[in-house]
Design a protein around this ligand. Sequence first.
Ligand SMILES: Cc1ncc(COP(=O)(O)O)c(C=O)c1O
Length: 384
Amino acid sequence: MTDTTIDLGWSVERSRDRRTKRWSQFDRDTIDLTVAEMDLPTAEPIAAAVADAVARQAFGYPVPDESSGVPEAASAWLAERHGLAVDPDRIRLLPELMRGVVHAVRQLTRPGSAVVVPTPVYGRFFDAIAVAGRQARQAPMRVQNGRYRLDLDAIGHALADGAGSVLLCHPNNPTGTVTEPEELAGLAALADRHDARVISDEIHAPLRYDTEFTPFAAVSETAAERAITLFSATKAWNFPGLRCGLIAFTNPDDSAVWSALPRAAVGGVTPLGMEATIAAFRQGQPWLREALDFLATNRALVGDRLAGTGIGYVAPEAGYLAWLDLRRFGLADPAGFLREQTGVATTPGSDHGTAGEGFVRLNFATPPDVLADALDRITGALPR
Ligand SMILES: Cc1ncc(COP(=O)(O)O)c(C=O)c1O
C-alpha cells in the first residue's frame, strides 16, 4: 500500500476501536448512521504529523495563532482550492466552528438581532444561536428540480423585519446542496440593503463531487464585506476530536473586534489539531481524492437501492449525508420507526428545522456492505 491508498478493508470494528462517539451510542446490532464521521482510515500525512507531535509530547498550551503556521496553510489552501484570497493575519483559530457562530453572532451582528437560518440545516446552528442569546428565524429553502434553493424573498422579509444576520450552511448539511453563485449574490445584495451580516459555514466544501463551489465571500466585493467565513479541515479529513476550527475575515474591521475576545471565549484549540490541519491543507489532497471516490460509489449505491421504493433521494453535490424524504409513508416519527423496526439509526429530519419534518438524514460514509444492509432493512420495512 502506498501513502495515498485508502485501505478499503477498513471495517466498522476498526472504527469501534477508536472509542469515539461513532459506533458507541447503540448496541452492536444497531447500524448507527447518525454521527457525521467517516469509517475511513486517517490520511497518512495527518496520522504522521499527529504521531510526531505525540512523540514530541506536544501536550502543552498551543502557540499563538500567528506563530502556529495554520493561518498560512489555510490561506494558501483557500486561495488554491476555493479561489478566496484571505491574508493569513485575517484567519483565526477556534476549537470548533459552533464557538465561532456564537461569538460572531454576539460580536459582529446588531445587538439583540435575530438570525435568519435557511432550513433544513445542521441542528447545532439552533443551539449556537440560543447560546448567543438570540432568536433563530427559519427561512425554509425552496425545492426546485430536487435542488434546495435559498428563498431570498423570505430572507429579505426577515431582514426587513429587523433580523441582523443570515447563518448559511454552504454546502448544506443535510441536503448536500451547493448554493449557486447567483443565489449567493442575491443574498449579498439583501445583506447590503439591510445592513446585515452573512455567517457562512463552509466546513463541507472540500467534500464536493463534481460541482463547482464559490465561497460566499468570493462572490462579490459586497459579499466579502458582509461575510464571516467558518471552515476547517476537521470534517473533510475526519478529525473533529482534535479541535481546530477556523474563521476567516474578509471585512477588515472584524479582525480587530475578534482580537479583543478573551481566551475563555475562543481558546481550546489543541497543538495536535494544529499539526493535523497543516498536514491536511498541505498534503491531504491525494487522500481526499480517494475518499471522494469511495464516497461517490456509496452515494450511487444509495440511489440504486432506493430507486422505485417511494423514498425520495437526490444525490448530494457535497458531503456524505443522504437526505431521505419519507413523507409519503405518513410516519409520525420516521427516525424512531426505522430505529425500532429495522435497527438502523438515522438522524430525525426535524432536528434540522421545521422543513425537515418527515425526512431522515443518513450517513453513507461506511463500508458498502454495511450501507447495503442498512438500506435493505429500511426499504424492506416500508410499504411499496
Ligand atoms: C455544517 C456543519 N458545521 C459544523 C460542524 C461541526 O462543527 P464543530 O467544529 O463545531 O464541531 C458540522 C458537523 O457535522 C457541520 O455539519
